[in-house]
Design a protein around this ligand. Structure first.
Ligand code: SAH
Length: 275
């Protein structure tokens, strides 16, 4: 059942970087906040443009969980409205749960406002669709094991065997290991792209294949704040005989817009050309 009590903490997805990519709702709550705690490592100051001038602003980058929670809980107890600003979408790799659990223990109500994940911002930067009929209908969000362990069954080498599209967070600095594990499932010529700071002014895109991506990423000196995406859907274009020609990924067009396919919102088209 939906909790009707008014929240006093809002976890908001700030989006991938471009301040225009926060949602309208997220921006409204940010405008109303008395206290803003933002994850400074990946949120630019310009994301805070929308905050009130007299709002108290804290960068959580150098804080511990206890310090962050103390600020939020004390502010709520003083009757203030708090925004906790996370990069991308707050439900992915944001340490959201541990903060929410403490708020629950304190009896503090909160709301989560989704955001544009860097996975989607990166796909948009690449101008690619992550799913395509008969190529793959699945996207995996994952990361390589670092200090945070990854369950055995979710090893990149295991996930690679499904040949889906995979968006790999937090791993650009370990590109050699990423490639080694991906090779357990994908062929050497599978397209891979790395997007550094998607939607930021210094966004950088490196495209290649499993065979050459590690070299290219190192050459571009990308070590962090980058999304790695692998999958055949990235491969609509290939260079043939020296010129760029459209080489369609072997697959099917979608049924959604197929003129011979009717669904709840459209009868079969009678117009020539299916318009
Ligand atoms: N909640 C965030 C992810 C936080 S984890 C989201 O939904 O996007 C931090 C990782 O996200 C980084 O290591 C990087 O892999 C990715 N990331 C965040 N912002 C990015 C951006 N603008 N461009 C590319 N990758 C980004």
């Amino acid at each position: 059942m939906k909790n009707k009590r008014k929240p006093s903490v809002f976890f908001i997805g700030a989006g991938p970087g471009d301040p225009e990519l926060i949602t309208v709702k997220g921006r409204r709550f940010l405008k109303e906040a008395d206290v803003v705690v933002y994850a400074g490592s990946l949120i630019q100051e310009r994301a805070l443009w929308y905050a009130k001038k007299r709002a108290k602003i804290y960068n959580s980058a150098s804080m511990t969980l206890d310090e962050i929670m103390k600020i939020m809980v004390e502010a709520v107890k003083a009757g203030k409205k708090v925004v906790r600003l996370h990069t991308g979408d707050p439900t992915l790799y944001s340490a959201l749960r541990e903060q929410a659990d403490i708020l629950e223990e304190e009896g503090i109500h909160y709301e989560i406002v989704p955001g544009v994940s860097s996975a989607f911002a990166s796909a948009a930067a690449l101008k690619k669709e992550l799913t395509m009929p008969e190529v793959t209908q699945t996207v995996i969000f994952t990361r390589l094991e670092g200090r945070t362990p990854v369950p055995e069954k979710e090893r990149l080498s295991e996930l690679a065997k499904h040949n889906t599209t995979i968006c790999i967070f937090l791993s650009a600095g370990m590109i050699d290991r990423v490639v080694k594990e991906l090779k357990q499932g994908y062929s050497d010529n599978t397209p891979v792209a790395v997007v550094y700071r998607a939607t930021w002014e210094d966004e950088k895109i490196v495209e290649g294949t499993l065979k050459d991506i590690a070299r290219k990423v190192k050459k571009a000196k990308i070590k962090r704040q980058a999304m790695i995406i692998i999958g055949k859907t990235l491969g609509q274009w290939t260079a043939t005989a020296g010129s760029k020609q459209r080489a369609r990924v072997k697959g099917q067009k979608s049924k959604l817009y197929d003129k011979d396919f009717k669904h709840g919102y459209r009868r079969k088209s009678k117009m020539p050309g299916g318009m």
